[in-house]
Design a protein around this ligand. Structure first.
Ligand code: HEM
Length: 130
């Protein structure tokens, strides 16, 4: 099985339970007050649902799906829209990996590396649209 398959299956084990997304935002928001402040007026149940799809888009794009949806995320997160500081994406990925480690009973260090490798090109695309 290749890394994108391993990550796709790992995400399947994680995303069954909404707690995965609750814990992700807890970890992500505790990485910086500036990040926490970006979500003060956000409807978090809706945001968790949107992120569920966002992570799936990252994985599916690495499996060969069109990058159209990621380009739209690049647009919504760029300096003219949500104005998301490019430096925050590494905190985003660290928070996600911390959450996968907690939620996937089959987590290993190698699987964590596979997650980073699979998600990085898509994250770079979104960040690069800044
Ligand atoms: C909104 C995904 C990184 C902050 C969204 C949405 C999605 C999403 C799917 C809703 C759809 C949209 O409005 O375009 C992602 C993915 C990321 C990422 C996949 C990583 C590659 C970040 C980072 C921040 C951030 C690093 C930093 C704080 C926000 C904010 C919103 C948002 C503030 C709008 C919330 C609201 O509507 O109140 N993100 N995001 N995102 N994202 Fe991200």
């Amino acid at each position: 099985m290749n890394n994108t398959d391993l990550v796709f299956q790992s995400y399947g084990r994680c995303c069954n339970r909404d707690e995965f997304f609750v814990d992700f935002y807890d970890h992500f928001m505790s990485s910086s007050d500036a990040i926490k402040n970006r979500f003060v007026n956000t409807d978090m149940p809706a945001q968790r649902h949107l992120l569920r799809h966002g992570v799936l888009q990252l994985i599916l794009t690495s499996r060969g799906m069109s990058d159209r949806k990621l380009r739209a995320l690049g647009e919504s997160h760029n300096r003219s829209n949500f104005n998301i500081n490019p430096e925050w994406y590494s905190l985003w990925l660290d928070a996600l990996l911390k959450t996968v480690r907690l939620h996937d009973p089959e987590y290993t260090r190698e699987l964590g590396e596979a997650w980073r490798e699979v998600l990085t090109p898509g994250i770079d695309l979104i960040r690069g649209a800044y």
